[in-house]
Design a protein around this ligand. Structure first.
Ligand SMILES: [Fe+2]
Length: 168
């Protein structure tokens, strides 16, 4: 996925705002809904569809990763980047990059878990005997998957790599 180059003309503070509004908030809402939906369909259809236990487990593991992702970025990385955006001095840039490097070094199996999720649900395809809630859950899981991928790419390409390049 390619992001429009106009992002490169925006300030770091504006890029951070965009991430908060368009990715983090959306992700938190999706997780709230999916926590309920994946539990409901497991209870209702778990007898005919044993894979729903795995769907529930995988979703919750991804959720733990994404909650930590959001908190680490919002409590450590973004405040430093915003400070650097207001006051572009070397010291703040170094601190922000250091936080980005710590963030990147954390073990995170989200992509692997998403691959398992897409495979076990046959690309988020609702089975013939699935009800409307089942379909809603799978549709939302698909959106959740897409949102995570574009979100991670956007942060890497538009925010982190741009900051790191300033040091080169
Ligand atoms: Fe993020």
């Amino acid at each position: 996925m390619e992001f429009k180059s106009h992002w490169l003309d925006k300030s770091y503070a504006e890029v951070v705002e965009h991430i908060l509004e368009n990715y983090h908030e959306k992700l938190s809402n999706q997780m709230k809904d999916l926590s309920k939906l994946t539990t409901t369909i497991m209870k209702v259809h778990g007898l005919e569809h044993e894979e729903l236990f795995e769907v529930h487990r995988l979703f919750n593991m991804i959720q733990i990763n994404m909650v930590q992702h959001i908190i680490r970025q919002e409590s450590r990385i973004f405040p430093l980047i915003k400070r650097y955006s207001r006051k572009p001095i070397e010291e703040l840039l170094d601190k922000a990059i250091n936080e980005i490097n710590i963030f990147r070094s954390k073990e995170d199996n989200t992509m692997e878990l998403l691959e398992k999720l897409i495979s076990i649900t046959d690309g988020y395809t609702t089975p013939r005997d699935g009800c409307a809630t089942y379909a809603r859950a799978y549709e939302l899981l698909k959106d959740f998957h897409i949102n995570i991928i574009s979100h991670l790419q956007f942060e890497e390409e538009i925010l982190f790599n741009r900051l790191i390049k300033e040091k080169e």
